[in-house]
Ligand binder design. Structure first.
Ligand SMILES: [Zn+2]
Length: 121
């Protein structure tokens, strides 16, 4: 039933998607949004995804370093926080506990940016 749009993150009826939109999971409404806005949503999800992985790999770390250079301040900030987490505790296991004990500052930044939710579930 319907189709998922990765930008507005919800299911919509098939007629809300063009042929290309079906393949790329972008509804017609979101396709009209500026590219920078769509990119921000995609990259924010990507960064969040790294935190929810059981381990942040060296390849992910290299990618985070390039995301830090983003002209988008929010993306740059989130990427730098997750990079810092990856460098001190790449594995997800007991990460929250570790940060609470050793890196309270990072934990606060994760909370402020909402990234903390990637660690709680
Ligand atoms: Zn959409």
């Amino acid at each position: 039933m319907g189709h998922w749009c990765r930008i507005c993150d919800r299911n919509k009826p098939n007629e809300k998607f063009s042929g290309k939109g079906h393949r790329t999971h972008i509804c017609k409404l979101c396709a009209r949004k500026p590219k920078s806005e769509r990119l921000q949503i995609d990259q924010a999800r990507e960064i969040f995804g790294y935190l929810s992985q059981s381990n942040i790999s060296k390849k992910n770390i290299a990618r985070l370093k390039s995301l830090i250079k983003s002209e988008n301040a929010e993306i740059s900030k989130k990427a730098s926080i997750v990079l810092e987490v990856a460098l001190v505790k790449p594995g997800k296991k007991r990460r929250l506990k570790f940060l609470a004990g050793e890196r309270r500052d990072l934990l606060i930044q994760l909370e402020e940016t909402g990234l903390i939710y990637a660690l709680r579930y």
